[in-house]
Design a protein around this ligand. Structure first.
Ligand code: PGA
Ligand code: ZN
Length: 440
């Protein structure tokens, strides 16, 4: 081992900063004995799953309406710092195990998953810097060459844009692009065409939490119709160059076993929701549906997977919460065929990697994801490449908190040069009809 590999942690320091919604979160800087340091900021969700690791908030109503994170900051700057000082920065697994043991709870509620995650990710950055490597390289080695196909959230609804669609996310997927850089261009051009169309129809073009437009549409068909027109107006072929993905985030409109998919209409049961998705699949090139049913509706999810699992990617977000226990249940019960991966749902990098590896070993797709509350931190872009996940979900083509991740991915693609791979339609193997249409 070279001297730089032996770098040990000499200091850890957290600070309270703001996320993209103006709510407090943490940034953590971790310094090593060889001078190299790393920094990472922690994201925060709005439509959180009930089984997510706990984001520790102060609850002091005199500061930020109770949302301050000074306790989490103090946990990093006190007990966590004391526990990790002197550890090898390159032994991520040992570090994360130490963090998990120090917290001692199943859901990381004692020290806070936000505190743990900041330290875990900052250590990865410091380790990469200590070896003078890019983060994706440090984590993934020479195998890390696959750029992710993005799901770009250009129409925001649900909890991310009050007063609009019940469905939280209507996304475009540039699966026909030859490279990530071109995928970003396809996406941005469609986004701008959509803005023009909305304006023409008299809608405001203000954006929601993830940088997508938030027009007051009631029906998903209106959204998908407008989006189809935007794709065509931008000069792309629907289904070949660009497909659609949905994240209804159905837990948010599920009550007493029924789903209020459209405000003002009768709620549907799980079978009714699946009928709705089946119709959408026949009408539009939808390649992925995330949280199509609620997190506690496992019976509904079984039916959903049995009926549509060989036609479309079915992603568990609130359902699996990046947790190997829930994912294993999904695998055992043939529920879903993909997992959404959010670092702060589980709280350490090693556990995040475990979830992706478990998915990959069982032919489940893995989609690395941002949260609706973000910062300029781009760690997830490197994680997506490091793990060859093949897909990323990181918002629309506006707002720095979203586009910084695309910018980082374009930089990684350039660094990889000829080795870089953009898998395109190939990642949606479950969605045979669309893959056929895209000619791969
Ligand atoms: P969240 O939304 O970050 O508000 O949970 C993202 C998602 O549901 O995928
Ligand atoms: Zn989701």
């Amino acid at each position: 081992m070279s001297a730089s590999n032996d770098a040990v942690i000499v200091d850890v320091h957290a600070r309270e900063i703001l996320d993209s919604r103006g709510n407090p979160t943490l940034t953590v800087r971790l310094a090593t004995s060889h001078g190299a340091a790393g920094e990472a900021a922690v994201p925060s969700g709005a439509s959180t799953g009930v089984n997510e690791a706990v984001e520790l908030r102060d609850g002091d109503s005199k500061r930020y309406g109770g949302k301050g994170v000074l306790h989490a900051v103090a946990n990093v700057n006190g007990p966590i710092r004391d526990a990790v000082k002197g550890m090898a920065v390159s032994d991520q697994r040992a570090l994360d195990d130490r963090l998990i043991a120090l917290d001692g709870t199943l859901n990381k509620s004692k020290l806070g998953a936000n505190a743990l995650l900041g330290v875990s990710l900052a250590a990865a950055h410091a380790g990469a810097n200590a070896r003078d490597q890019q983060l994706y390289q440090y984590l993934g080695g020479n195998d890390a060459v696959t750029l992710p196909v993005p799901m770009m959230n250009v129409i925001n609804g649900g909890k991310h844009a009050e007063g609009a669609l019940q469905f939280q996310e209507v996304m475009i997927v540039p699966l026909g692009a030859p490279t990530l850089r071109e995928a970003v261009r396809y996406g941005a051009e469609v986004f701008h065409q959509l803005g023009k169309l909305l304006k023409k129809k008299g809608y405001a073009t203000t954006v929601g939490d993830e940088g997508g437009y938030a027009p007051p549409l009631r029906h998903l068909d209106e959204a998908l119709g407008l989006l189809s027109d935007a794709v065509t107006a931008a000069g792309y072929t629907l289904g070949k160059d660009i497909a659609f993905a949905l994240d209804p985030a159905a837990s948010e409109f599920h009550e007493d076993g029924r789903y209020l998919a459209v405000v003002g209409e009768s709620p549907l049961d799980a079978s009714g929701m699946i009928d709705l998705y089946e119709r959408l699949l026949h009408t539009y090139p939808v390649v992925s549906i995330e949280d199509g049913l609620a997190e506690d509706d496992w019976r509904g999810w079984s039916e959903l997977t049995a009926r549509l699992g060989d036609k479309v990617q079915l992603v568990g977000d609130d359902l699996f919460v990046t947790n190997v226990s829930f994912l294993q249940r999904g695998i055992d019960e043939h529920v879903a065929n993909a997992i959404l991966v959010k670092v702060n749902q589980i709280g350490t990098l090693s556990e995040t990697i475990d979830a992706v590896r478990l998915a990959q070993r069982n032919a489940y797709n893995a989609v690395i994801s941002h949260r609706s509350g973000e910062t300029g931190d781009t760690t997830i872009a490197d994680i997506a490449v490091a793990l060859n996940a093949g897909q990323i979900k990181t918002g629309s083509l506006s707002r720095s908190d979203r586009v910084e991740k695309y910018n980082r991915l374009m930089a990684i693609e350039e660094k990889l040069g000829a080795a870089a791979k953009y898998p395109g339609a190939g990642v949606f193997r479950a969605c045979s009809s669309v893959v056929r249409a895209a000619g791969s």
